[in-house]
Write a protein that binds this ligand. Structure first.
Ligand code: F0G
Length: 430
């Protein structure tokens, strides 16, 4: 079949560029979208092709991203750098859904990706384009997961990777991955927003390929979360998608995917998107709630370090999608995040703090009557429970009081002598 042609287009002034023009923004300064002529695509035939690829055992098209390559980037298979990402489970939420008051909530566990977060989906697309452009060095600023993913994919491709992380402020599991996969790791004296500003300057001056979600191909890869959820649901659209918001790339990808499926007639209903931010890092929430102009939050802070971001790059794309889907933005407190996390974990699913904003946010929106308790909803769990063991241990040992978080559902380990009587006593009220 002939390849689907695509191009880059500015989200503001609609200026178009060659698809592999190595740029991240328009000359007017705004973000770029990857666009393709959807009128050339037959939606029914496309879905049939995707269904045929479902369950493929090996090869590039067994990836949960490249299965959908027609709507990602239709490139030669030989150029694709993949780790068979995606193909993650969609769990009934059990205890977590009951806690949130919405039992039909399903949780898509993107922490089951190869590097333990949803970032692998965007990264396979971004690193593939780096390969097409023959860039041998890639870089990103990160709160941890992007860097872990980029370092892994860069190593797989034989590229060098340079990582800009806020010094001392990323979860240990993520730092460990960056180092282990061989990324040159630069700990910046400053927060994520400072690192993001710096990496853009560095990439343009040193001719390094930038792999943050300002790169439109990262967004294209991340759209596959939506495609895969809907395929798992036999293309039946839930009432809601609920997703955490940090740099705001992932929800931008979700709405872009839905817009394209809708335009192709593959779906005929538009689900509402709820973006959940941590109250300490909530620029989108403030803007949406108060109907004010965009303003970055200075000194963002939250235990959900993945989304500790005050100046998100993709806020315009995010807002575009929320408005299109008649969506909402909610904020959740530190206590709400960690209590919801205790429920996601106890349900036997488990995820890192930022991901659990989904359940905390669902609970708030159900209580406020925004989400109906009988609604169907899919929450995106973005990162693996093992990414941030400190947050888990400190909560269960009740050591987060100084940052204002109680271990409401704590599970403290008990130290006992090695004898059977001590075991009986310990188990007496279990
Ligand atoms: N959840 C997790 C686990 C994340 O790592 C991130 C972002 C998000 C949610 C938010 O997604 O930025 O697309 O709105 N982490 C980035 C990083 C910023 O550097 O790893 P977003």
């Amino acid at each position: 079949m002939k390849k689907i042609k695509s191009y880059l287009e500015c989200i503001s002034c609609s200026k178009k560029y060659y698809i592999f023009d190595p740029r991240y923004t328009c000359t007017c300064g705004d973000l770029l979208d990857v666009k393709r002529d959807l009128s050339e695509i037959n939606g029914k035939k496309l879905v049939k092709k995707w269904e045929e690829r479902w369950g493929m055992k090996s090869g590039v098209l067994s990836s949960g991203v490249w299965r959908y390559k027609e709507l990602i980037i239709d490139v030669d298979k030989e150029k694709i750098i993949t780790k068979q990402e995606g193909n993650t489970r969609l769990y009934p939420s059990g205890l977590a859904g009951i806690y949130a008051g919405i039992p039909k909530l399903l949780l898509k566990h993107e922490g089951e990706n190869p590097s333990g977060s949803f970032k692998d989906r965007g990264m396979t697309a971004g690193v593939t384009v780096a390969n097409i452009l023959d860039s041998k060095m890639v870089a990103c600023a990160s709160t941890g997961n992007t860097s872990a993913s980029m370092a892994a994919y860069a190593s797989k491709a034989g590229f060098k990777s340079v990582i800009f992380i806020p010094s001392g402020k990323i979860a240990y599991g993520k730092l460990a991955q960056a180092l282990a996969y061989g990324g040159k790791t630069l700990q910046i004296e400053g927060n994520f927003d400072d690192a993001m500003e710096l990496v853009q300057k560095v990439c343009s001056e040193l001719d390094i390929y930038l792999l943050n979600s300002i790169n439109p191909f990262r967004i294209e890869g991340q759209k596959a979360i939506c495609f895969e959820v809907l395929q798992q649901l036999d293309w039946k659209v839930p009432d809601w998608f609920i997703i955490p918001g940090g740099n705001l790339g992932n929800n931008s990808a979700l709405s872009k995917a839905l817009m394209e499926l809708y335009e192709l007639g593959i779906i005929t209903k538009i689900p509402r998107i709820a973006v959940i931010q941590a109250a300490g890092a909530n620029p989108l929430y403030r803007m949406w709630k108060n109907k004010t102009a965009y303003k970055a939050v200075k000194n963002p802070d939250t235990i959900a370090t993945a989304i500790k971001i005050g100046n998100p790059v993709s806020w315009k794309k995010s807002l575009r999608g929320i408005e299109w889907s008649n969506g909402v933005v909610e904020e959740v407190t530190e206590q709400e995040i960690m209590d919801a996390k205790a429920m996601v974990d106890k349900a036997g699913i488990g995820a890192e703090p930022a991901s659990c904003c989904v359940v905390a946010g669902a609970k708030k929106l159900v209580e406020a009557g925004v989400i109906d308790k009988k609604a169907s909803a899919v929450g995106i769990l973005t990162g693996n429970i093992l990414k941030d063991p400190d947050a888990v241990i400190n909560y269960h040992m009740d050591r987060l009081k100084e940052v204002g978080i109680n271990g409401s559902y704590k599970n403290i380990p008990i130290q006992i002598p090695a004898d059977i009587q001590a075991v009986k006593t310990a188990l007496s009220n279990y």
